[in-house]
Ligand binder design. Structure first.
Ligand code: HEC
Length: 128
C-alpha cells in the first residue's frame, strides 16, 4: 500500500471516529436518535400532561380493563401512583434487574421519557 492510500485510510477512520462521537453526544443530550430534545425534565412534571400520555402510548393497552396483563392495573392516578411507589414503574421501564422489562415486546422507552417519569416519581408523584 503506498503512502497516499494510507493517508486516505487514516482520514476515513478519523471522519468515522469524529461522527460517532457526535452521535454519542446527541444520545446523551437528547435521549436517543429517535426522540425529541429532552426538555421535558425541566420544571414540575405534570401527571396529566406528561405522564398519562406516555403511559397511554406505552402501557395502558395491556394494563387496563378487566384482565390487565400480569394482574398489574394502570390507568388511573391511584393505580399509577401505587405502581410508582412499589418501584415497579421505574424498575420495569428502566429494565432494571429483577423486573420484567416493559413495554413488553417493544423497544425500550427513550432516556428522556424514562428520565421524565423518574423525575415525576422522585418529586412525590403529584396528581397535577
Ligand atoms: C403488549 C402488552 C404490554 C405492554 C404494552 C406493557 N406490558 Fe407490562 N406486562 C405485560 C405482561 C404480559 C406482563 C406479565 C408477564 C411479565 O411480567 O412479563 C406484564 C407485567 C408487568 C409488570 C409486573 C412485572 C414485574 O416485574 O413485577 C409491571 C410493573 C408492568 N408490566 C408495567 C408496565 C408498564 C409500566 C408498561 C408501560 C411502559 C407496560 N407494562 C407495558 C404486558 C404488557
Amino acid at each position: 500500500m503506498n503512502i497516499k492510500f494510507s493517508i486516505l485510510g487514516i482520514l476515513i477512520v478519523s471522519v468515522l471516529f469524529v461522527s460517532s462521537c457526535y452521535y454519542d453526544k446527541e444520545d446523551l443530550l437528547y435521549g436517543g436518535a429517535n426522540s425529541a430534545p429532552c426538555t421535558d425534565t425541566t420544571g414540575v412534571i405534570s401527571y396529566t400532561q406528561k405522564i398519562v400520555p406516555m403511559l397511554q402510548q406505552y402501557c395502558y393497552s395491556c394494563h387496563t380493563g378487566s384482565f390487565p396483563s400480569g394482574n398489574q392495573v394502570m390507568g388511573t392516578y391511584a393505580t399509577d401512583k401505587a405502581m410508582a411507589q412499589n418501584g415497579k414503574l421505574y424498575g420495569t421501564i428502566n429494565h432494571a434487574a429483577g423486573y420484567s422489562p416493559m413495554p413488553k415486546g417493544m423497544a425500550k422507552m427513550s432516556n428522556c421519557q424514562i428520565a421524565t417519569i423518574k423525575k415525576w416519581v422522585d418529586s412525590g408523584m403529584l396528581n397535577n
